[in-house]
Design a protein. Structure first.
Length: 285
C-alpha cells in the first residue's frame, strides 16, 4: 500500500515537472511584444512630424527642456511631448514583414503622417476595418496599432506651445503694467512706483507675483495684432527683461511677447488678478 502511494506521488511530481518544463520552454525567452521603436524614451532628443496637409513640426530637447523649433521657436508643452514620446513605446498587437507592393492598400503611399524619433521614422497610414487598428510601418515591419494617437500628430501647431507665460523658477524684481507698477528695493521690501513710499505687505505682493509666475494662457498663437493698448514689463533677478504688448478685448486680454511674438490670451478676470494687489484680512492677527 505504501509502495503504491509512493509511486502515485512520484508520478504526480513527474507530471508537474513536465508541465513546468513545457510552459517555461528552457532555452527560449517567453514571447513578449516589443515596442515599435528600439529607442528608450530617455534617449530621444528630437521629434519630427511631417503631415501631408499641414506644417512640418520639429521638437528638440535642449538643456533637458523641450523646445518647438519648427515651424516657429517656442517652449514646448510638456504634457504634449510626453504623449508623443509614449507612441515610441507602444507594443504592437499584430505585426508583419512589410510588403512594399501593398503600400497603397495600407494608406502608406504616401503616408498620412511621418513621425520620427531621432533618426527612426514611422509612416502612419489608414485603418483596417475589422478592429479599426491603424497601419504603421518603419519600412521593414508593418504594425497594426490601436488608433489612439493620430489626433496628437495632426493637431494645430499652436497646441504644442507651452501655455505658461513665464519660465520656471523665476524671481520677479519689477512689474509694470498700465494698472500697477511695483519695484523690489535693495532691502527686499516692495513699493509702488509713482506713489507714496508706504511699505507694501510682502504677502500681498507675493500673492500678486504668483499670479504671474504660475499664469497659463487660455491659448497661445502666432496671430498678428495691429493695435496695442499698452506695455507690460517684467524684470528678474537672473533672467533677461521681458516685455509684452497689451491688447484689451471685450472679455479677454492678449499679451504679445516682444521677444517671441507669441500672443498669450487670458480672461479679463485672470488679468485683473494679475494687476490688483489682494486685500488681506488682518482681523484675526
Amino acid at each position: 500500500m505504501k509502495n503504491r502511494l509512493l509511486i502515485n506521488l512520484l508520478l504526480a511530481l513527474l507530471v508537474i515537472t513536465l508541465s513546468l518544463v513545457a510552459w517555461l520552454k528552457p532555452g527560449q525567452d517567453k514571447d513578449q511584444k516589443a515596442s515599435i521603436s528600439s529607442l528608450d524614451i530617455a534617449a530621444i532628443n528630437t521629434i519630427r512630424i511631417a503631415r501631408k496637409d499641414a506644417s512640418f513640426i520639429e521638437l528638440k530637447r535642449q538643456a533637458n527642456r523641450w523646445q518647438l523649433t519648427q515651424p516657429i521657436k517656442a517652449p514646448a508643452l510638456t504634457g504634449k511631448v510626453e504623449r508623443l514620446l509614449k507612441i515610441s513605446q507602444i507594443e504592437a498587437p499584430v505585426s508583419y514583414a512589410l510588403d512594399r507592393s501593398s503600400l497603397n492598400q495600407f494608406g502608406l503611399n504616401p503616408p498620412n503622417v511621418q513621425l520620427s524619433f531621432n533618426q527612426e521614422t514611422f509612416n502612419i497610414g489608414s485603418t483596417e476595418s475589422v478592429h479599426s487598428r491603424r497601419y504603421v510601418s518603419n519600412n521593414e515591419q508593418l504594425f497594426m496599432l490601436d488608433d489612439t494617437f493620430l489626433h496628437l500628430l495632426t493637431a494645430p501647431v499652436n497646441t504644442y506651445i507651452d501655455t505658461r507665460l513665464l519660465p520656471d523658477d523665476i524671481q520677479i524684481t519689477h512689474l509694470q503694467t498700465p494698472q500697477i507698477a511695483l519695484q523690489k528695493a535693495d532691502d527686499n521690501t516692495w513699493r509702488k512706483l509713482n506713489a507714496p513710499a508706504d511699505e507694501l505687505s510682502s504677502d500681498a505682493v507675493q500673492m500678486l507675483l504668483d499670479e504671474w509666475r504660475f499664469a497659463r494662457a487660455i491659448t497661445v498663437s502666432t496671430q498678428a495684432y495691429e493695435t496695442a493698448g499698452g506695455i507690460v514689463t517684467l524684470s528678474f533677478k537672473q533672467h533677461p527683461k521681458m516685455r509684452f504688448k497689451l491688447i484689451q478685448q471685450k472679455d479677454d486680454i492678449i499679451l504679445i511677447s516682444q521677444q517671441s511674438k507669441l500672443a498669450y490670451r487670458f480672461s479679463s478676470v485672470k488679468y485683473n488678478k494679475m494687476t490688483t494687489l489682494p486685500t488681506l484680512d488682518n482681523s484675526n492677527a
